[in-house]
Design a protein around this ligand. Structure first.
Ligand SMILES: [Zn+2]
Ligand SMILES: [Zn+2]
Length: 464
């Protein structure tokens, strides 16, 4: 029997693993600069926790949760998202009582039973942050800007500049307010009124009309019908309206490019007031070419070879955009999960998707930044120098070479010819091969072969 990774999962190795670690490390650095502390929660929790927080009538709980019973019959679920576990930990460790303000982040695997598609897996990675105890929109603004900063670091904003000032490619914050406990029902009624006026909604939508009408706006089948959704923000109560206006002005001060998006409701039950998504144009359906095209953007593949992409023009249709990060405020969740009444706001981004976009529009900087370690191969032309070469390899792995500290050392492998070793060095993408040859070694020297231009020079061992 041939074993394969379970459907919808994948092994991440080679450069993909390096990219994933690089993204998470960048995120850690940025979060720390903004005063966020890392939390690592278990990857499974009691299923009832997610049912209560995410909400029963959501796709996540209805269809996508990986649930199982352990040997004692406890009903558990692999975490489908990060916020719930973090809130549970926040309450369990009494951080709602101990700390006036708490800022946390996480990075790790999430699990959802979904139909696998490009860039979407059943085990996937998210990076997210949660800001507790501040009800002012200052916290919302900080969370949104933090998410934008992270995407900037990956080079997404730089892509926008290369794309003729966003003519083809655009990253934008889509923003909406869902209201608080006081005004939410008004928004809901207005929306239901509008939805009832539409004819021929699909079966799914009709079912949601009662249980979760906000969720209908996400329906892929019916979305084209939702052309005149009532301006929900005009039904907000005074407090919610004030907060929404203040948030918008804070984003303007920070020069953050946002748009109020009436259709944006986010599928989860726990959101209150602010919800947002950071989206970019659906560039995954763009055309590639190795010759310049008019109005195209110059990208680079992983070998820094240029290629050109002509992307779709920004499409007004909301289904034609890709969500890179999303989040919102959830002022009732901590209390709903039996904690103190604690306002909170957070976001999460999908690592796989962000990396696909970053790679598709790769710049040399993107590839250089995660390929930090230069590969060096230590080879032997004469078998009797094996131990000397071995001890040299250990030494440079520990201390680096004089001119490059960040190296990744391979070899030596004995019992193989020099030709075999050089071929292998090429295969792993070594930048240089250091060759131990008897005649040179007697003079305290080795040969250094530049694997790109194949030029070979002599170097003294103690100077390397
Ligand atoms: Zn309100
Ligand atoms: Zn529908």
């Amino acid at each position: 029997m041939n074993y394969r990774a379970p459907r919808g999962t994948h092994d991440i190795f080679g450069e993909d693993a390096a990219k994933m670690s690089w993204l998470e490390q960048k995120a850690r650095d940025i979060f720390k600069k903004h005063g966020f502390e890392e939390v690592r929660t278990p990857i499974f929790e009691e299923s009832s926790l997610f049912i209560r927080s995410v909400g029963q009538p959501t796709d996540i709980v209805e269809k996508e949760m990986y649930t199982f019973e352990d040997k004692k019959g406890r009903k558990l679920a692999l975490r489908p998202e990060g916020t719930t576990s973090l809130v549970r930990a926040f309450i369990e460790h009494k951080m709602d009582v101990l700390m006036p303000v708490s800022k946390f982040f996480y990075a790790g695997e999430m699990f959802r039973y979904e139909r696998p598609q490009s860039g979407r897996y059943r085990q996937f990675h998210q990076i997210g942050a949660e800001f507790f105890c501040v009800s002012s929109p200052v916290a919302d603004a900080e969370i949104i800007l933090l998410a934008c900063d992270l995407l900037d670091f990956v080079g997404i904003n730089e892509m926008e500049a290369r794309f003729d000032n966003g003519h083809f490619f655009e990253m934008k914050v889509h923003l909406n307010s869902l209201g608080c406990r006081k005004c939410r029902h008004v928004l809901r009624e207005k929306l239901v009124e509008y939805l009832i006026s539409l004819s021929n909604l699909c079966e799914n939508c009709l079912r949601r009309l009662v249980k979760n009408p906000l969720r209908i706006l996400d329906c892929k089948t019916d979305s084209y019908k939702f052309t005149e959704i009532p301006q929900l923000s005009s039904y907000l109560c005074d407090e919610c309206k004030h907060d929404f206006d203040l948030l918008k002005s804070l984003l303007e001060v920070a020069k953050c490019d946002y748009v109020v998006d009436n259709k944006l409701v986010r599928g989860l039950d726990y959101y209150t007031k602010t919800v947002f998504e950071i989206c970019c144009s659906d560039i995954l359906s763009s055309i590639n070419s190795s010759t310049p095209i008019k109005d195209a953007v110059n990208c680079y593949d992983q070998n820094f070879k240029p290629y050109y992409i002509k992307a779709r023009r920004m499409n007004k249709d909301l289904n034609r955009r890709i969500t890179l990060a999303a989040g919102g405020r959830y002022d009732n969740l901590v209390k709903d999960l039996s904690g103190q009444d604690t306002p909170a706001v957070g976001f999460a981004l999908g690592s796989e998707r962000v990396l696909i976009v970053a790679e598709k529009f790769g710049s040399p900087e993107f590839y250089k930044s995660f390929r930090k370690f230069e590969k060096v191969y230590v080879a032997i032309a004469d078998q009797e120098l094996f131990k000397e070469a071995f001890s040299f390899a250990v030494k440079i792995a520990r201390n680096g070479l004089k001119n490059s500290k960040d190296i990744s050392v391979f070899g030596p492998i004995n019992d193989k010819s020099l030709t075999w070793q050089l071929k292998f060095a090429d295969k792993i993408g070594a930048r240089k091969t250091i060759i131990f040859v008897k005649t040179e070694f007697k003079k305290g020297k080795v040969l250094v072969k530049n694997m790109e231009n194949k030029v070979q020079t002599e170097a003294s061992i103690c100077e390397l």
